[in-house]
Design a protein around this ligand. Sequence first.
Ligand SMILES: [Zn+2]
Ligand SMILES: [Zn+2]
Length: 259
Amino acid sequence: MRITSLGSGSRGNSTLIEDKDTCILVDLGFTLKEIEKRLRRVDRSPDDITAVLVTHEHADHISGVAPFARKYKTPVYLTPGTYNEQRMGLVPKLVRINCHRSFVLGSLAIEPVAVPHDAREPCQYVISSGGLSIGVLTDLGHITPHVERHYEACDALLLECNHDLQMLADGPYPYSLQQRVGGPRGHLNNLQAAELLRKVDLRRLQHLVVSHISEKNNAPHLALNAVNAVLDAEASGWQGQLRVAQQDIGFDWLELNPG
Ligand SMILES: [Zn+2]
Ligand SMILES: [Zn+2]
């Protein structure tokens, strides 16, 4: 199983997960032209895509979903609350999922996980095959026990480090937006992300990707400092690879090694 990103951040998100002949996109927050270009960069074409999974209806996650699905007849999986025809546009092959029920797509087992975020019915995903699991976890205001339980044993984890608390407070956002972003249904700050890492099996984690970093309210080195404080602790057992997902180029393919 392997994973790459076409881009990550408030100007657009899309993650690609591939196993044998199953290849899925989690979110498509770019224009059609941009998606086609970014897929070429990771040596994939739109016809390779088995399905698109959507996490929630914010524009940075769905702006390209319907145009892509109409052009390439790709099935789209999302929660009933996430789909709004007026907002997303017509989707020819729509599959409404229960965010508390797993399902299978080709060789991949998909586990949706409900998260606290200011959207109608948001979920994130843990995707597994052959005993390996990839967790995609962005766009949530805090870590719930439910989230903790689902993400404690991942082999790769894309983890939101949206903002630094001080930069958010000192930054350009009006007070109401600061409250929303930093609130319990907003986005994870660097310390909240680091806190989750104390609860997960770091020995198992091969790849950690710091994701959905705010360009206005965070800096990659601050996010890395926060997570490294946990990873570098003696007895953490961490031996994996750490990287940052970028807005413009995401990150290159990461291969998961069988345990
Ligand atoms: Zn987002
Ligand atoms: Zn969002």
